[in-house]
Design a protein around this ligand. Structure first.
Ligand code: 5GP
Ligand code: ZN
Length: 113
């Protein structure tokens, strides 16, 4: 996906502040943080959104959810954190490469709408 912002970040074409990387996953700080800690965790293989997850590719999502608590621990999010994935227009997804926001470092607002 040559035109995808997060593919370019994964490839180093666009700079980012890397937090974690392995063969399947890349994590970096959000450019416009909504909380004291705001990290994006993405699969290296392009998927558009949660909507594109299938039985064939869901193992990367399981891996992401193994990585998330490790990142949270390293970031010192001992009081908890939120994991969010916006999927599609109504959710306000702006970058169409599957990503999970890790938000924490303060008590977070609870409203969802
Ligand atoms: P979404 O709105 O799709 O759920 O989340 C996209 C996120 O990507 C937003 O929180 C936005 O701040 C972040 N973002 C957009 N462009 C860049 C960028 O160039 N670098 C980084 N690090 N984050 C970005
Ligand atoms: Zn992509």
């Amino acid at each position: 996906m040559s035109d995808c912002l997060f593919c370019k970040i994964i490839g180093g074409e666009i700079p980012s502040t890397k937090v974690y990387e392995d063969e399947l996953v890349f994590a970096f700080r959000d450019i416009a943080p909504m909380a004291p800690t705001h990290i994006l965790v993405v699969p290296k293989a392009h998927l558009d959104s949660v909507d594109a997850v299938t039985a064939e590719n869901s193992s990367v999502v399981a891996h992401i959810f193994e990585v998330i608590p490790r990142i949270a621990r390293e970031e010192g999010l001992v009081n908890g954190y939120r994991v969010v994935s916006n999927c599609g227009a109504d959710a306000g997804q702006t970058v169409k490469h599957l990503h999970f926001h890790i938000l924490g470092g303060k008590p977070l607002a609870v409203e969802m709408a």
